[in-house]
Ligand binder design. Structure first.
Ligand SMILES: NC(=O)C1=CN([C@@H]2O[C@H](COP(=O)(O)OP(=O)(O)OC[C@H]3O[C@@H](n4cnc5c(N)ncnc54)[C@H](OP(=O)(O)O)[C@@H]3O)[C@@H](O)[C@H]2O)C=CC1
Ligand SMILES: CC[C@](O)(C(C)=O)C(=O)O
Ligand SMILES: [Mg+2]
Ligand SMILES: [Mg+2]
Length: 330
Protein backbone atom coordinates (compact mmCIF):
# COMPACT_ATOMS: atom_id res chain seq x y z
CA UNK A 1 0.00 0.00 0.00
CA UNK A 2 1.40 3.40 -0.96
CA UNK A 3 2.25 5.72 1.97
CA UNK A 4 0.12 8.90 2.13
CA UNK A 5 1.14 12.05 4.00
CA UNK A 6 -0.84 15.12 5.09
CA UNK A 7 -0.17 18.35 7.03
CA UNK A 8 0.05 16.53 10.38
CA UNK A 9 2.85 14.28 9.06
CA UNK A 10 5.08 17.18 7.98
CA UNK A 11 7.06 19.54 10.19
CA UNK A 12 8.05 22.90 8.69
CA UNK A 13 10.65 23.37 11.43
CA UNK A 14 13.01 21.09 9.44
CA UNK A 15 13.36 24.05 7.05
CA UNK A 16 13.40 26.87 9.62
CA UNK A 17 16.70 28.74 9.62
CA UNK A 18 17.61 27.14 6.28
CA UNK A 19 18.02 29.09 3.05
CA UNK A 20 16.21 27.69 0.02
CA UNK A 21 17.51 28.66 -3.43
CA UNK A 22 14.89 28.12 -6.12
CA UNK A 23 16.79 27.90 -9.42
CA UNK A 24 14.46 29.02 -12.22
CA UNK A 25 11.37 31.21 -11.97
CA UNK A 26 9.04 29.75 -14.59
CA UNK A 27 5.86 27.74 -14.12
CA UNK A 28 7.00 25.70 -11.08
CA UNK A 29 9.71 28.10 -9.88
CA UNK A 30 7.37 31.03 -9.36
CA UNK A 31 4.53 28.95 -7.86
CA UNK A 32 6.76 27.07 -5.44
CA UNK A 33 8.88 30.10 -4.43
CA UNK A 34 5.83 32.26 -3.60
CA UNK A 35 4.19 29.45 -1.60
CA UNK A 36 7.38 28.69 0.35
CA UNK A 37 7.80 32.36 1.24
CA UNK A 38 4.15 32.66 2.29
CA UNK A 39 4.74 29.60 4.50
CA UNK A 40 7.36 31.65 6.37
CA UNK A 41 10.49 30.16 4.76
CA UNK A 42 13.64 31.93 3.62
CA UNK A 43 13.73 31.82 -0.20
CA UNK A 44 16.13 33.29 -2.76
CA UNK A 45 16.09 32.87 -6.52
CA UNK A 46 18.91 31.81 -8.88
CA UNK A 47 18.66 32.86 -12.53
CA UNK A 48 20.37 34.25 -15.60
CA UNK A 49 19.58 37.89 -16.51
CA UNK A 50 16.30 38.18 -18.46
CA UNK A 51 12.52 38.07 -18.23
CA UNK A 52 12.28 35.70 -15.27
CA UNK A 53 14.86 37.69 -13.29
CA UNK A 54 12.74 40.85 -13.73
CA UNK A 55 9.58 38.99 -12.71
CA UNK A 56 11.19 37.56 -9.57
CA UNK A 57 12.41 41.02 -8.57
CA UNK A 58 8.93 42.42 -9.20
CA UNK A 59 7.66 39.78 -6.75
CA UNK A 60 10.20 41.15 -4.23
CA UNK A 61 12.62 38.25 -4.20
CA UNK A 62 16.36 38.62 -3.87
CA UNK A 63 17.75 37.31 -7.16
CA UNK A 64 21.30 36.07 -7.76
CA UNK A 65 23.23 34.35 -10.51
CA UNK A 66 22.72 30.58 -10.30
CA UNK A 67 26.17 29.93 -8.81
CA UNK A 68 25.84 32.72 -6.21
CA UNK A 69 22.42 31.46 -5.11
CA UNK A 70 23.78 27.90 -4.81
CA UNK A 71 26.72 29.08 -2.68
CA UNK A 72 24.32 30.66 -0.16
CA UNK A 73 21.81 27.80 0.02
CA UNK A 74 21.09 24.88 2.32
CA UNK A 75 18.51 23.58 -0.16
CA UNK A 76 18.78 24.00 -3.92
CA UNK A 77 15.53 23.30 -5.79
CA UNK A 78 16.29 22.89 -9.52
CA UNK A 79 13.33 24.25 -11.47
CA UNK A 80 15.04 24.82 -14.80
CA UNK A 81 13.67 23.16 -17.94
CA UNK A 82 14.64 19.46 -17.86
CA UNK A 83 16.70 19.79 -21.04
CA UNK A 84 18.96 22.54 -19.59
CA UNK A 85 19.45 21.07 -16.11
CA UNK A 86 22.42 18.84 -17.03
CA UNK A 87 24.67 21.54 -18.56
CA UNK A 88 23.69 24.19 -15.97
CA UNK A 89 24.29 21.72 -13.14
CA UNK A 90 27.77 20.84 -14.39
CA UNK A 91 28.95 24.46 -14.76
CA UNK A 92 26.90 26.53 -12.27
CA UNK A 93 25.44 24.26 -9.58
CA UNK A 94 27.53 21.15 -8.81
CA UNK A 95 30.84 22.94 -8.19
CA UNK A 96 29.21 25.45 -5.79
CA UNK A 97 27.03 23.13 -3.66
CA UNK A 98 27.77 23.29 0.05
CA UNK A 99 28.71 20.03 1.72
CA UNK A 100 25.61 18.68 3.45
CA UNK A 101 23.24 20.72 1.29
CA UNK A 102 20.09 19.23 -0.28
CA UNK A 103 19.54 18.99 -4.00
CA UNK A 104 15.83 18.97 -4.82
CA UNK A 105 13.96 18.19 -8.04
CA UNK A 106 10.34 18.32 -9.17
CA UNK A 107 10.90 15.68 -11.87
CA UNK A 108 13.36 12.81 -11.86
CA UNK A 109 14.42 12.96 -15.54
CA UNK A 110 18.01 14.11 -15.08
CA UNK A 111 18.87 11.87 -12.13
CA UNK A 112 17.10 8.81 -13.55
CA UNK A 113 18.65 9.10 -17.01
CA UNK A 114 22.12 9.94 -15.64
CA UNK A 115 22.35 13.52 -16.93
CA UNK A 116 23.09 14.79 -13.41
CA UNK A 117 25.42 12.86 -11.15
CA UNK A 118 25.06 14.34 -7.67
CA UNK A 119 28.13 14.66 -5.44
CA UNK A 120 28.29 12.16 -2.58
CA UNK A 121 28.09 14.78 0.20
CA UNK A 122 24.56 16.09 -0.52
CA UNK A 123 21.00 14.89 -0.02
CA UNK A 124 19.06 14.27 -3.21
CA UNK A 125 15.27 14.16 -3.06
CA UNK A 126 12.20 15.07 -5.05
CA UNK A 127 9.03 16.99 -4.36
CA UNK A 128 7.00 16.77 -7.56
CA UNK A 129 3.63 18.50 -7.70
CA UNK A 130 1.13 16.59 -9.84
CA UNK A 131 -0.15 19.70 -11.59
CA UNK A 132 0.94 22.84 -13.43
CA UNK A 133 2.88 25.51 -11.51
CA UNK A 134 0.16 28.13 -11.73
CA UNK A 135 -2.24 25.69 -10.05
CA UNK A 136 0.37 25.10 -7.31
CA UNK A 137 0.11 28.83 -6.63
CA UNK A 138 -3.62 29.32 -7.21
CA UNK A 139 -4.71 26.42 -4.98
CA UNK A 140 -2.31 27.56 -2.22
CA UNK A 141 -3.87 31.05 -2.19
CA UNK A 142 -7.29 29.37 -1.92
CA UNK A 143 -6.15 27.47 1.19
CA UNK A 144 -5.80 24.20 -0.73
CA UNK A 145 -2.92 22.45 -2.51
CA UNK A 146 -1.87 20.32 -5.46
CA UNK A 147 -1.02 16.68 -4.59
CA UNK A 148 2.67 15.85 -4.85
CA UNK A 149 5.08 12.93 -4.92
CA UNK A 150 8.17 12.73 -2.75
CA UNK A 151 11.15 10.44 -3.30
CA UNK A 152 14.51 10.18 -1.56
CA UNK A 153 17.48 9.24 -3.78
CA UNK A 154 20.40 10.05 -1.48
CA UNK A 155 20.09 10.66 2.27
CA UNK A 156 23.34 11.83 3.81
CA UNK A 157 21.83 13.85 6.67
CA UNK A 158 19.49 11.09 7.84
CA UNK A 159 16.45 13.38 7.64
CA UNK A 160 15.94 13.72 3.88
CA UNK A 161 12.38 12.34 4.06
CA UNK A 162 11.47 14.88 6.74
CA UNK A 163 13.02 17.66 4.64
CA UNK A 164 11.02 16.52 1.62
CA UNK A 165 7.79 16.45 3.64
CA UNK A 166 8.53 19.90 5.11
CA UNK A 167 9.15 21.25 1.59
CA UNK A 168 5.90 19.64 0.39
CA UNK A 169 4.10 21.35 3.28
CA UNK A 170 5.74 24.66 2.38
CA UNK A 171 4.30 24.54 -1.13
CA UNK A 172 0.85 23.48 0.15
CA UNK A 173 0.87 19.89 -1.11
CA UNK A 174 0.34 18.17 2.25
CA UNK A 175 -3.03 20.00 2.36
CA UNK A 176 -4.03 17.79 -0.59
CA UNK A 177 -2.03 14.53 -0.34
CA UNK A 178 1.60 13.50 -0.70
CA UNK A 179 2.59 10.03 -1.89
CA UNK A 180 6.01 8.47 -1.57
CA UNK A 181 7.63 6.98 -4.66
CA UNK A 182 11.03 6.52 -6.33
CA UNK A 183 12.82 8.65 -8.93
CA UNK A 184 12.32 5.86 -11.47
CA UNK A 185 8.59 5.49 -10.86
CA UNK A 186 7.93 9.25 -10.90
CA UNK A 187 9.98 9.80 -14.06
CA UNK A 188 8.47 6.96 -16.07
CA UNK A 189 4.86 7.49 -15.02
CA UNK A 190 5.06 11.28 -15.45
CA UNK A 191 6.50 10.95 -18.98
CA UNK A 192 3.95 8.29 -19.89
CA UNK A 193 1.06 10.34 -18.51
CA UNK A 194 1.96 13.52 -20.37
CA UNK A 195 2.74 11.74 -23.66
CA UNK A 196 -0.04 9.17 -23.91
CA UNK A 197 -2.94 10.70 -21.98
CA UNK A 198 -2.77 14.18 -20.43
CA UNK A 199 -1.10 16.20 -23.18
CA UNK A 200 -0.32 14.05 -26.25
CA UNK A 201 -3.34 11.76 -25.99
CA UNK A 202 -5.92 14.44 -25.32
CA UNK A 203 -4.74 16.95 -27.95
CA UNK A 204 -4.65 14.22 -30.61
CA UNK A 205 -8.13 13.03 -29.64
CA UNK A 206 -9.54 16.57 -29.79
CA UNK A 207 -7.76 17.43 -33.06
CA UNK A 208 -8.97 14.27 -34.82
CA UNK A 209 -12.52 14.80 -33.54
CA UNK A 210 -12.52 18.43 -34.72
CA UNK A 211 -11.17 17.53 -38.17
CA UNK A 212 -13.68 14.69 -38.58
CA UNK A 213 -16.61 17.06 -37.99
CA UNK A 214 -15.22 19.95 -40.09
CA UNK A 215 -14.27 17.63 -43.00
CA UNK A 216 -17.84 16.31 -42.91
CA UNK A 217 -19.16 19.86 -43.46
CA UNK A 218 -20.10 20.93 -39.92
CA UNK A 219 -19.14 24.45 -38.84
CA UNK A 220 -15.77 24.83 -37.10
CA UNK A 221 -17.43 26.77 -34.26
CA UNK A 222 -19.85 23.89 -33.60
CA UNK A 223 -16.97 21.40 -33.77
CA UNK A 224 -14.86 23.50 -31.35
CA UNK A 225 -17.60 23.77 -28.72
CA UNK A 226 -18.41 20.08 -29.02
CA UNK A 227 -14.97 18.48 -28.85
CA UNK A 228 -12.74 21.05 -27.10
CA UNK A 229 -14.75 23.42 -24.91
CA UNK A 230 -16.99 20.74 -23.46
CA UNK A 231 -14.05 18.44 -22.72
CA UNK A 232 -13.28 20.42 -19.57
CA UNK A 233 -16.82 20.18 -18.29
CA UNK A 234 -16.85 16.41 -18.72
CA UNK A 235 -13.32 15.99 -17.31
CA UNK A 236 -14.28 18.05 -14.23
CA UNK A 237 -16.96 15.45 -13.42
CA UNK A 238 -14.50 12.58 -13.93
CA UNK A 239 -12.02 14.44 -11.68
CA UNK A 240 -14.61 14.84 -8.94
CA UNK A 241 -16.08 11.35 -8.95
CA UNK A 242 -14.55 9.11 -11.59
CA UNK A 243 -16.32 7.69 -14.65
CA UNK A 244 -19.30 6.79 -12.43
CA UNK A 245 -20.09 10.39 -11.44
CA UNK A 246 -19.63 11.65 -14.99
CA UNK A 247 -22.02 8.98 -16.29
CA UNK A 248 -24.59 9.92 -13.65
CA UNK A 249 -24.79 13.42 -15.10
CA UNK A 250 -24.84 12.69 -18.83
CA UNK A 251 -27.88 11.41 -20.73
CA UNK A 252 -28.53 7.68 -21.09
CA UNK A 253 -28.03 8.15 -24.82
CA UNK A 254 -24.58 9.64 -24.22
CA UNK A 255 -23.74 6.86 -21.80
CA UNK A 256 -24.71 4.14 -24.29
CA UNK A 257 -22.64 5.88 -27.00
CA UNK A 258 -19.74 6.27 -24.57
CA UNK A 259 -19.73 2.60 -23.56
CA UNK A 260 -20.18 1.13 -27.03
CA UNK A 261 -18.28 3.62 -29.27
CA UNK A 262 -15.45 4.80 -27.01
CA UNK A 263 -13.50 1.53 -27.19
CA UNK A 264 -13.75 1.67 -31.02
CA UNK A 265 -11.88 5.01 -30.99
CA UNK A 266 -9.32 4.13 -28.33
CA UNK A 267 -9.03 0.36 -28.72
CA UNK A 268 -6.39 -2.34 -29.10
CA UNK A 269 -4.29 -0.29 -31.57
CA UNK A 270 -4.05 2.63 -29.16
CA UNK A 271 -3.22 0.23 -26.36
CA UNK A 272 -0.37 -1.18 -28.45
CA UNK A 273 0.89 2.36 -29.16
CA UNK A 274 0.73 3.13 -25.42
CA UNK A 275 2.77 0.03 -24.62
CA UNK A 276 5.39 1.02 -27.24
CA UNK A 277 5.56 4.55 -25.84
CA UNK A 278 6.03 3.19 -22.31
CA UNK A 279 8.80 0.85 -23.50
CA UNK A 280 10.61 3.81 -25.17
CA UNK A 281 10.45 5.66 -21.84
CA UNK A 282 11.65 2.64 -19.86
CA UNK A 283 14.56 1.78 -22.16
CA UNK A 284 15.79 5.39 -22.48
CA UNK A 285 14.92 5.83 -26.19
CA UNK A 286 12.70 8.84 -25.52
CA UNK A 287 15.21 10.49 -23.17
CA UNK A 288 18.02 10.10 -25.72
CA UNK A 289 15.81 11.46 -28.54
CA UNK A 290 14.85 14.54 -26.47
CA UNK A 291 18.45 15.21 -25.37
CA UNK A 292 19.70 14.94 -28.98
CA UNK A 293 16.80 17.10 -30.28
CA UNK A 294 17.97 19.88 -27.96
CA UNK A 295 21.57 19.55 -29.16
CA UNK A 296 20.47 20.43 -32.71
CA UNK A 297 18.19 23.35 -31.77
CA UNK A 298 14.91 21.40 -31.72
CA UNK A 299 13.96 21.14 -35.43
CA UNK A 300 11.20 18.58 -34.81
CA UNK A 301 9.87 20.30 -31.67
CA UNK A 302 9.70 23.66 -33.46
CA UNK A 303 8.08 22.36 -36.65
CA UNK A 304 5.40 20.36 -34.81
CA UNK A 305 4.66 23.20 -32.38
CA UNK A 306 4.25 25.66 -35.28
CA UNK A 307 1.94 23.29 -37.18
CA UNK A 308 -0.38 22.91 -34.17
CA UNK A 309 -0.33 26.66 -33.43
CA UNK A 310 -1.45 27.26 -37.03
CA UNK A 311 -4.22 24.65 -36.89
CA UNK A 312 -7.75 25.95 -37.56
CA UNK A 313 -8.95 24.82 -34.10
CA UNK A 314 -6.66 27.40 -32.46
CA UNK A 315 -7.93 30.35 -34.54
CA UNK A 316 -11.58 29.32 -34.13
CA UNK A 317 -11.10 28.91 -30.38
CA UNK A 318 -9.37 32.26 -29.96
CA UNK A 319 -12.25 34.04 -31.76
CA UNK A 320 -14.98 32.22 -29.82
CA UNK A 321 -13.32 32.81 -26.44
CA UNK A 322 -13.22 36.58 -27.16
CA UNK A 323 -17.03 36.52 -27.17
CA UNK A 324 -17.38 34.42 -24.01
CA UNK A 325 -17.29 36.55 -20.84
CA UNK A 326 -15.87 33.70 -18.72
CA UNK A 327 -12.57 33.94 -20.63
CA UNK A 328 -12.00 37.67 -19.98
CA UNK A 329 -8.75 38.27 -18.02
CA UNK A 330 -7.47 34.70 -18.49
N1 LIG B 1 5.51 23.05 -15.77
C1 LIG B 1 4.97 22.35 -14.77
O1 LIG B 1 3.91 22.68 -14.27
C2 LIG B 1 5.69 21.18 -14.17
C3 LIG B 1 7.05 21.09 -14.24
N2 LIG B 1 7.70 20.12 -13.54
C4 LIG B 1 9.16 20.11 -13.56
O2 LIG B 1 9.64 21.33 -13.00
C5 LIG B 1 10.87 21.70 -13.62
C6 LIG B 1 10.76 23.12 -14.17
O3 LIG B 1 9.85 23.10 -15.25
P1 LIG B 1 8.99 24.39 -15.65
O4 LIG B 1 8.53 25.08 -14.41
O5 LIG B 1 8.00 23.92 -16.63
O6 LIG B 1 10.09 25.31 -16.34
P2 LIG B 1 9.85 26.67 -17.14
O7 LIG B 1 10.27 26.44 -18.55
O8 LIG B 1 8.48 27.20 -16.89
O9 LIG B 1 10.86 27.69 -16.42
C7 LIG B 1 12.20 27.59 -16.55
C8 LIG B 1 12.90 28.68 -15.77
O10 LIG B 1 14.31 28.42 -15.86
C9 LIG B 1 14.98 29.60 -16.31
N3 LIG B 1 16.14 29.21 -17.10
C10 LIG B 1 16.15 28.55 -18.28
N4 LIG B 1 17.41 28.32 -18.67
C11 LIG B 1 18.22 28.89 -17.71
C12 LIG B 1 19.62 28.99 -17.54
N5 LIG B 1 20.46 28.49 -18.46
N6 LIG B 1 20.08 29.61 -16.44
C13 LIG B 1 19.25 30.13 -15.53
N7 LIG B 1 17.89 30.05 -15.62
C14 LIG B 1 17.40 29.45 -16.71
C15 LIG B 1 13.95 30.36 -17.12
O11 LIG B 1 14.30 31.73 -17.12
P3 LIG B 1 14.43 32.64 -18.44
O12 LIG B 1 13.27 33.60 -18.37
O13 LIG B 1 15.73 33.32 -18.25
O14 LIG B 1 14.39 31.73 -19.63
C16 LIG B 1 12.68 30.07 -16.31
O15 LIG B 1 12.61 30.97 -15.22
C17 LIG B 1 11.14 20.62 -14.65
O16 LIG B 1 11.94 19.64 -14.05
C18 LIG B 1 9.76 20.06 -14.95
O17 LIG B 1 9.75 18.73 -15.46
C19 LIG B 1 7.07 19.23 -12.73
C20 LIG B 1 5.71 19.28 -12.62
C21 LIG B 1 4.91 20.18 -13.41
C1 LIG C 1 1.36 16.98 -17.50
C2 LIG C 1 2.63 17.73 -17.76
C3 LIG C 1 3.59 17.81 -16.60
O1 LIG C 1 4.06 16.52 -16.27
C4 LIG C 1 2.80 18.35 -15.43
C5 LIG C 1 2.20 19.70 -15.49
O2 LIG C 1 2.59 17.63 -14.49
C6 LIG C 1 4.77 18.69 -17.02
O3 LIG C 1 5.87 18.12 -17.22
O4 LIG C 1 4.59 19.90 -17.21
MG1 LIG D 1 3.51 15.81 -14.43
MG1 LIG E 1 6.16 16.20 -16.68
Amino acid sequence: MVQKYYDADADLSYLKGKKIAVIGYGSQGRGQALNLRDSGLDVIIGLRPGKSWEEAEKDNFEVFSVSDAVKKADLVQILLPDETQGPVFRSEIGPFLRDGASLVFSHGFNIHYGQIVAPEGVNVFMVAPKGPGFMVRRTYTEGKGVPALIAVYQDISGDARNLALAYAKGIGSTRAMVLETTFREETETDLFGEQAVLCGGITSLIREGFETLVDAGYSPEMAYLEVLHETKLIVDLIYEGGFTKMRRYISNTAQYGDLTRGPRVIGPESRMAMEEILAEIQNGTFAKEWILENMVNRPVFNALTRADEEHEIEAVGAELRKDMPQFKNL
